[in-house]
Design a binder for this molecule. Sequence first.
Ligand code: GTP
Length: 822
Amino acid sequence: MSASLSPGYSDSPSESFKYTALQFAVRRKSIEQVRYLIESGTELDTGPDPALHLAIRKKNTDIAILLLEAGANFEITDSHGDLPIHIACAFGLPEVVKVLCALGCSVEVPTVKGMYPLHLAAKYGHIAVVRCLCAAGCNTEVRKADNIRSDITALKYGHYDIAELLDRLRATGQRHAYARQLVPTSRPALRLSLRLLGHCGVGKSSLAKSLGAGLFSSLFRRSSSLQSNKSRPSSPINSYIEMDSKKDSRQNSLTFESPAHYHSTNGIHFQNLDISNVGDISVWEFSGQESYFPVYHHFLRPTPYSVTAILFNLDDSPSVQIQQVCFWINFVLARQDAELPTCQYGQIMLIATHVDLTRAVKNQHGEWVCPDAQETLETIRKLLPHVPNLMDTVVIMDSNVPASFAFKQLKSILANVKQNIIQQTIGTWTGLLENTLSWLSRIRSILKQFPVLDREVFSDCLRCQVNLLASDDHIDELLQQLQVMGEVFCVKYLVVLSVPWLTGTLLGELLSPNFISHARPIGVYSVDDFQLSYTQCDSRKVLGLLEALNLCVSCEIDGEVEYEFPIYNQIETIEGLWDCDDPRYISKNSVYGGLRFYTSSGILCMLKPIFSHVQINLRKTLFSLYKYNDSDLYQWNTGSKMCNLDLESMIFLEEDQNELQFIEIKVRGPPDSSHCCFLHFLEIIRKTVEDVREKYRYDIGLARHIQWGCILGIQELPGPIKLRLCGLLDPPESHGRDWCLLALRLGLCQKKIAALDSQHSSHTMRLLTTSQCTIGALITSLHELERQDAADIVLKSAPIFKVLVEHAIKKNKEECGQVNNV
Ligand SMILES: Nc1nc2c(ncn2[C@@H]2O[C@H](COP(=O)(O)OP(=O)(O)OP(=O)(O)O)[C@@H](O)[C@H]2O)c(=O)[nH]1
């Protein structure tokens, strides 16, 4: 066998040949130079070792594909007599093999030594390449010069997985069927998700039931709902917000507690429905109970294939309706990436329920006429002008009456949305998807108790039982499709095969107020303790899943593994945790400092659901950064105290006098510890909290008592703040003081401004992501434009103190003798 095809070999012996600029660029692995040379029209296939062959020998998939797309000749041999397909198979580049096959390259040509591409892949153990060649239709029976089949070659070199694959392909005789399954068909693979959000009792479950009800059951639904509504008690007066003059039965509806007169949803109720004139949709009904909020971000990922409906109760006072809707819109936006193009978000719509309890009347079409509902929408638009894809109509309904105008209207909206996005999924349906769907229903019934597999095990089973030729890429794509369809849920290295089991059975129980009230008050469990509390499945497995969902963190202490659940922690704070008379910190040179994270003004109750994640991150930080003996972390239900040597910090969730929640970090250290205290300790804790913000995209960033960091780039602005700026600057302004003038002031040339204009998503967002300017320059320009409104938003919300620290930390790391292991 030619040494030139052994994977350790990459440079050609013909080094002394004069290389062209393209060959040099390939050898340097510079894709920019290669692209530039291709665009300049350079000759692609010169020399005894053409650029394509060199790129593959250098294992540079991107450059090889670029050259192939530019038209490099894949039918010529190099100075060793090898074709690109031989080199790609021997060196194990499945992506290149795939492109070569797609371009029509023959996979049945032997090398000068009589080795076929399949033999080369088998010899060097590249199973992904073997799958790719088989899917492309290569002959698995082909024998090399010494009359040996590729499976024997694989055995000879110890690659038993490849030998087994080739054996099974032969035994099943399904190779062509498998290959066909991988080819996309013209059928769309779309299942729209309808996400129902709203406070407790607004009618999400009722709506979902009505949506799925047939004609006959519709009649029954109305009568049963009347029964249940009769028993509605009146609730205590809520002091949370100023009430309107109207007194009603739901004046506590800014709290997240579920009233006792109906059965509140546990977790997220998920179901697939087939609705006439709409087709397949999956309905996600998110409970309004606060204890479930810490997991909602997993299920509210932005996707264009979703409609998020925010429900509110018309029987509530207008201010309650508005605050609830604002809460949920902010809740959703906080979990999405503000920089995504608007088309990736999915639509948001408002649904007003309980209209039958108001004085509204119906028109001759049976449509409820209720100006209050429309007014709520208008107010929301004014308060939150930046919400992308908020629909103009609000559907007004009694959610218990399926055969009504409102449900027809809702269905027609869903059908329209579906129609508009279906185009994007045409050509994504494959036989693999279809077969996997039926395999999933079989495997779910086998793994009923704990329908979760490791990703690797999932891939192995899928290959064994559905398609032997599915590559890692095929499986990744398949999992993405299945996840969007609500068929599976992927988290870290796990694949949950039943979404209703995860969101309803497991999380519905483990995060229920009842379970939490009976949980261990310190929130720490050993595997055995947990098994006693939750007997439905093997606790070891469940704990692994809960850890992947970031609900707990495992800690190994003296060989014993324990799991800490901040969500279960019910310990109240204790006196003396921050002793003002501690002799270490009373000298006048002692160091004290801190900062607070607020949400944007007007956004209430947003920090509590993420505080448990902050506490999990703190525990992880403690483990990863500090030697255990030098540090300590004590956590209670609304706070944590972290110490490292003689530095101390408190991190806690609180409300100020205006009832705005904030997370405060305070640190202190003995005299002369200011560098360690601020630039190291405080910074690490700040980062730990900010990591949660990044992950859940919370708009927290208003830090007080700390100097302003105008030199940060505008990319550092939190996503939701960028969205708010878009809401203010996108609409044309009478004096032109909008995004366009701002772009000029920030120094963008006409050409760049025109490029911003040609994008269909928000101009301001484009400007904020393209411009290299600093936050300081942005504020100055906004002041110059007399856009105080926009400048204020930036001033109040920009991250402030990242600035000096990143740089200074490095400098101070060595100087900080007391702080370990960073
Ligand atoms: N009159 C009337 N009653 C309604 C309407 N929508 C819901 N209800 C009643 O209000 C109560 C609560 O409704 P659900 O649909 O369970 O509320 P939910 O939004 O799912 O609440 P959670 O599961 O706690 O988040 C039930 O008794 C329903 O019958 C409506 O439009 N009109």
